[in-house]
Design a protein around this ligand. Structure first.
Ligand SMILES: NC(=O)c1ccc[n+]([C@@H]2O[C@H](COP(=O)([O-])OP(=O)(O)OC[C@H]3O[C@@H](n4cnc5c(N)ncnc54)[C@H](O)[C@@H]3O)[C@@H](O)[C@H]2O)c1
Ligand SMILES: O=C(O)CC[C@@H](O)C(=O)O
Length: 528
């Protein structure tokens, strides 16, 4: 039976030709993705689903997709796909990480000019026959400072364009090395400095727990008076209510938004303001970019469906069918240990190392290393996959080291991941017992044994009487149910760690309150 792909969003028709040429049947139904029920009714007939951003692939949709093997996103963000549910069902999710970068960077620059010269309001006024020459006084771009939050593919292109416009560029990105910043012609700074110096701020990060509301009321208040903000990345990076208040007070002189916390955004308190420019998530919408991403996604999907080749998958490590059963639990362990490092790191990671002790050192450790680096990077980058993780780490100036030793330890196999940050060094070790389940067995130098749970809290504190009672009491008062509680310390009265599995994600307010408990040095919510 021929492979069948459904194209449920408005992709370039060029994709259909590629599928046909590769012997894959393609149904082009570009508005189907907006109709959740119709999509659920037909999805069971397809091996592949090619989408942009309108189709929401939920766990419910996936539950009806018995035949589905692959979801191809013609674009970057896969936040409209429940990747965890797809992974659980063995469905590969792939994207096209670079095809629309230039186009989106150009949109950010276009929005910056629109803001600086009030072009939309001036256009409306002129076309209404008013000729209000004195009403629209703009600001010059040259000589101004552009603050780029998130300097990956798109942020780097924006930096190059801004330098060409004779702007000064400062960038905040925990994964940007000073050398890389220098080669881009930008100055690497911390967020506070960026806020204090930027005349224009442009956002180019994925939406993650760390970046949600990165422009919060507090951070907006730290920005220069008269700052102008551009968001072409993801809704949710800017606190929209706080932005309204800052625009009302005049602290923020203007904002240009391509993305919104709820999309489609058909109403918003931000609408109707002269100093706000809005576009309906058009960042990637050029003929050139759409042609590129459609061709690329069709090639990648056809390659997988006809030859089993995987490229740009966000949820699939490269392991052969024979290696899979032996390697899978260690790959899972590596990914989770990496995710711990990424989440507890308090500063940019400069070096990442992974040490294999015992039997695991004889395995195909490259796949585990890739999974571990991917787990760490995925905290910061939404399109990283195990195949690209090491390349992306190096590209961001992170040194990666792998050490395999056939030495004896307390465990048959022990994996330790270690990160050197600009502030400190952190390490976490784990193993897989005979039940096949990965466990943490050491945090830093402190032994502590815990299985992984979807939501956990990691705390480091001074080993003093009364701490555990206060800790558990605080969680209880916040309605947070403890599933398991693992403790360790280096010596009586020394440094202690707690690793607590909880039922559901930790509320940020609870984590903040934990940090205020006497003796607590660090409290971090972990998600796996
Ligand atoms: N508006 C659109 O139509 C459109 C089009 C394409 C991409 N996008 C979005 O633009 C964003 C950037 O895309 P990209 O291809 O440049 O991604 P990228 O992964 O190449 O770059 C993202 C950068 O953000 C940095 N980052 C992560 N967490 C951070 C944090 N807490 N603080 C500061 N920096 C952080 C990463 O280190 C990385 O360098 C994505 O969210 C993507 O979905 C939007
Ligand atoms: O497909 C689109 O129009 C938006 C794409 C963009 O948000 C992306 O993440 O690539």
């Amino acid at each position: 039976m021929p492979m069948r792909v459904l194209i449920s969003d408005p992709l370039s028709q060029a994709a259909v030709q590629i599928f046909k040429a590769r012997g894959v049947e393609a149904d082009f139904q570009p508005s189907l993705g907006k109709d959740k029920e119709r999509l659920a009714a037909v999805i069971g007939d397809y091996d592949g689903l090619a989408i942009r951003s309108a189709t929401k692939v939920t766990a419910d949709t996936l539950a009806k997709a018995g035949r589905l093997k692959i979801i191809g996103r013609a674009g970057i963000g896969v936040d409209n796909v429940d990747v965890a549910a797809a992974t659980a069902r063995g469905v590969i999710v792939m994207n096209t990480p670079f095809g629309n970068s230039v186009t989106t960077a150009e949109h950010a620059i276009a929005l910056m000019f629109a803001l600086a010269r009030q072009i939309p309001a001036a256009d409306a006024s002129t076309q209404a026959g008013k000729w209000e020459k004195n009403r629209f006084m703009g600001v010059e771009i040259a000589g101004k400072t552009l603050g780029i939050i998130g300097c990956g593919n798109i942020g780097s292109i924006v930096a190059a364009r801004a330098l060409g416009l004779r702007m000064r560029v400062v960038a905040f990105d925990p994964f940007l090395s000073s050398e890389r910043a220098k080669s881009l012609g930008a100055e690497k700074v911390e967020l506070d400095e960026l806020l204090a110096r930027a005349d224009f701020i442009t956002l180019h990060t994925p939406l993650t727990p760390q970046t949600r509301n990165i422009l919060s009321a507090e951070n907006l208040s730290r920005a220069q008076k008269g700052v102008r903000i551009v968001n072409c990345a993801r809704g949710g990076l800017v606190d929209e209510d706080a932005l309204c208040r800052a625009l009302d007070s005049g602290h923020v002189a203007g904002a240009a938004l391509d993305v919104f916390s709820v999309e489609p955004a058909t109403s918003s308190p931000l609408f109707g303001r002269e100093n706000v420019v809005c576009t309906p998530h058009l960042g990637a919408s050029t003929h050139e970019a759409q042609e590129k991403v459609a061709l690329q996604v069709a090639e990648q999907m056809a390659d997988y469906l006809t030859r089993g080749a995987v490229a740009n998958a966000v949820n699939f490590p490269s392991i052969t069918a024979e290696e899979a059963p032996l390697l899978r639990p260690f790959v899972e362990l590596g990914a989770k240990l990496g995710a711990v490092l990424g989440q507890i790191a308090s500063a940019g990671i400069e070096k990442f190392s992974i040490t294999y002790d015992g039997a695991v050192a004889e395995q195909k450790t490259k796949a585990i290393t890739a999974a571990a680096a991917c787990g760490m990077l995925r905290v910061f980058l939404d399109q990283v996959n195990p195949v690209s993780a090491l390349h992306m780490a190096r590209e961001r100036g992170v040194m990666v080291e792998e050490i395999a030793r056939a030495v004896e330890s307390d465990y048959e196999s022990l994996i330790t991941v270690r990160a050197v940050t600009s502030k400190d060094e952190i390490a976490v070790s784990g193993t897989v017992f005979h039940d096949g389940r990965p466990r943490i067995v050491r945090l830093g130098e402190i032994a502590v044994e815990s299985e992984f749970a979807p939501s956990m809290i990691y705390v480091t504190n001074e080993d003093k009487p009364g701490f555990i009672g206060r800790f558990a009491g605080l969680l209880g008062d916040a309605g947070v149910n403890i599933a398991t509680f693992a403790l360790g310390r280096d010596r009586l009265g020394g440094a202690a760690v707690a690793l607590v599995a909880i039922d559901g994600p930790a509320p940020p307010a609870t984590i903040a309150a934990l940090r205020d408990l006497p003796g607590v040095k660090q409290a971090t919510a972990l998600q796996f």
